[in-house]
Design a protein around this ligand. Structure first.
Ligand SMILES: [Zn+2]
Ligand SMILES: [Zn+2]
Length: 150
């Protein structure tokens, strides 16, 4: 049987090893943020992360932003904006290449479209091989918002 990307994610993740390889000092907060991102299937906002951190690892928002920006710089996580300009973050799992995200224009729900995981030459899709693609976004209405709209 073939492992789904999510299974591979769960199997291969080691927060301490990831920090060590990135040359980042190990702190309880850094580990907690990374652990949370690696365990969550959908991208999270800084506010989501802040709320979901375990009580004992809860730090101020500034620290959360600082951790997220160092992770983005090191390529450990990917950052992208929603239609409404809200920043989302996801673990840049090596086996999961960049993929499109569905973004609900009403509630902001962000969903990974991992069906597009087979290595897709997005630069060729855009027809600009010299470009670097950082975000592929598809927007619309989620099921819940669609019901409320009808
Ligand atoms: Zn919605
Ligand atoms: Zn994603």
């Amino acid at each position: 049987m073939h492992d789904s990307p999510m299974n591979a994610k769960a199997l291969e993740f080691n927060a301490e090893e990831t920090l060590r390889r990135a040359g980042l000092q190990k702190t309880a907060q850094r580990l907690a943020v990374l652990d949370l991102l690696a365990r969550t299937a959908e991208p999270l906002t800084a506010a989501d992360i802040f709320q979901r951190l375990p009580e004992e690892q809860r730090v101020n928002r500034v620290t959360v932003y600082r951790i997220l920006s160092s992770y983005t710089r090191k390529g450990i996580i990917r950052e992208f904006e929603s239609k409404k300009g809200i920043h989302h973050y996801e673990w840049a799992q090596p086996l999961v290449p960049p993929h499109p995200h569905f973004n609900c224009r009403t509630c902001g729900t962000m969903i990974c479209m991992t069906a597009f995981l087979s290595p897709c030459p997005w630069e060729q899709v855009v027809n600009r091989p010299d470009f670097i693609i950082e975000n592929i976004s598809i927007s619309g209405l989620c099921g819940l918002c669609r019901q409320q709209n009808e």
